[in-house]
Design a protein around this ligand. Structure first.
Ligand SMILES: NC(=O)C1=CN([C@@H]2O[C@H](COP(=O)(O)OP(=O)(O)OC[C@H]3O[C@@H](n4cnc5c(N)ncnc54)[C@H](O)[C@@H]3O)[C@@H](O)[C@H]2O)C=CC1
Ligand SMILES: O=C(O)C1=N[C@H](C(=O)O)C[C@H](O)C1
Length: 272
C-alpha cells in the first residue's frame, strides 16, 4: 500500500462488504491514491481491528472504525458502497469535511436523494448506480436506440444479480430505463413498469418493463430489449468482476478533487 502523503487520501465505508474489500484492493494497487481510513457499522466485529489483518493479510496500520466523521476529517475522498440510510448520513459528514463523496449505493428513494442533493451544495458528490465504463457507455447507446425507434418497439430491461442483493430493480436497470425514457423524451416515472404479478392486463404501449433475476454469485448482467413485431434488438452488458466498479469509483474520487460543489455522475467523470 503506497504511503506517499502527497497523494489524495481515501476512506472506504462498508469496508468489510463485497465492494468495500474490492475497493481496498484497488486503492492498495493504485499509485494515485492512498487509503487513510476504513469505516464499518457499529457492532461489526472488524471495528478496532487492523484492516489488513481483518482481510486475512498483513497489518496495514489502518484501524477499522465506526466513527465516520473522525475518519472523513483526514480524507480528500470517501468511497461509499453501503446502504441508503448510511449513505445519507455519510453525505452530510463528507460535506462537513469537504471531502469528495463517491456514492455507489443503490436502492435510494426520493427522501434519500433529496438529502444527497442538499449535501452537494457544499461538496462534490459523484453518484451512479453503476460505476463501470461499459454500463455508462451502454446508457448512451440505449438512449440513441430508444430515440431512433418509435413506440412500436417495446422496451424491456432484464437484470440478474447474486442471491444477496437487497434492491430491485437494480440501480443499473434504472439508469438504463431513464436513458431510454430520455431518448424518447418521456418522463421515466410515468412509464416505469417494475412490478408485474397476477392479471396485469396487456402490456401498455410506450411503457418500460423491468424483470429481476436473483441467484448464485452473478456479479451483474443487464439486457435492454427492444421488441417489435417480427424482430428484436438486445443490448447487453455482462459484469464478471467487481473490480470494474471499484476502478470507476476510484477514478471518480480523483476526478472530483478539483471540481466545484455539486452532484455529478459517471458520464461527467468519463466524459461520455
Ligand atoms: N454503483 C455501482 O457500480 C455498484 C453498486 N453496488 C451497490 O453497493 C451497495 C453495497 O453492495 P455490496 O458491497 O455488494 O453489499 P455488502 O452487503 O457486501 O456490503 C455493504 C457493507 O456496508 C456496511 N454498512 C451498512 N451500514 C453501514 C453503516 N451505517 N456504516 C458503515 N458500514 C455500513 C455493511 O456492514 C456491509 O459491510 C449496494 O447498494 C449495491 O447495489 C454494488 C456494486 C457496484
Ligand atoms: O448489488 C450489486 O452487486 C450491484 N449493484 C449495482 C446495481 O444495483 O445495479 C451495480 C452492479 O450491477 C452490481
Amino acid at each position: 500500500m503506497t504511503d506517499n502523503q502527497d497523494l489524495p487520501g481515501i476512506v472506504v465505508t462498508g469496508v468489510s462488504g463485497r465492494m468495500g474489500q474490492m475497493l481496498v484492493k484497488t486503492i492498495r494497487d493504485s499509485e494515485r491514491a492512498r487509503l487513510v481510513g476504513a469505516v464499518e457499522r457499529t457492532g461489526h466485529d472488524w471495528i478496532g481491528r487492523d484492516l489488513g489483518q481483518a482481510m486475512g493479510g498483513a497489518a496495514t496500520g489502518v484501524i477499522v472504525t465506526d466513527d465516520p466523521l473522525e475518519a472523513f476529517a483526514k480524507a480528500q475522498a470517501v468511497i461509499d458502497f453501503t446502504a441508503p440510510a448510511a449513505t445519507v448520513e455519510f453525505a452530510a459528514l463528507a460535506a462537513q469535511a469537504r471531502a469528495v463523496h463517491v456514492i455507489g449505493t443503490t436502492g435510494m428513494e426520493e427522501t434519500h436523494l433529496a438529502k444527497v442533493k442538499a449535501a452537494a451544495r457544499h461538496a462534490v458528490i459523484v453518484r451512479a448506480g453503476n460505476m463501470s465504463l461499459g454500463v455508462n457507455l451502454l446508457t448512451q447507446l440505449t438512449k440513441k436506440v430508444a430515440a431512433a425507434l418509435d413506440a412500436d418497439w417495446d422496451i424491456e430491461i432484464v437484470e440478474a444479480h447474486h442471491r444477496h442483493k437487497v434492491d430491485a430493480p437494480s440501480g443499473t436497470a434504472l439508469m438504463l430505463g431513464e436513458a431510454a425514457a430520455e431518448g424518447r423524451r418521456l418522463n421515466f416515472p410515468d412509464i416505469r413498469d417494475a412490478a408485474r404479478e397476477g392479471i396485469t392486463g396487456a402490456r401498455q404501449r410506450g411503457h418500460i418493463g423491468f424483470s429481476a433475476i436473483r441467484g448464485g454469485d452473478v456479479v451483474g448482467e443487464h439486457d435492454v430489449i427492444f421488441a417489435a413485431d417480427g424482430e428484436r434488438i438486445v443490448l447487453r452488458h455482462l459484469a464478471t468482476d467487481r473490480s470494474i466498479f471499484a476502478r470507476g469509483a476510484l477514478k471518480a474520487a480523483l476526478w472530483g478533487q478539483d471540481k466545484k460543489p455539486g452532484e455529478y455522475d459517471m458520464l461527467d467523470v468519463l466524459g461520455l
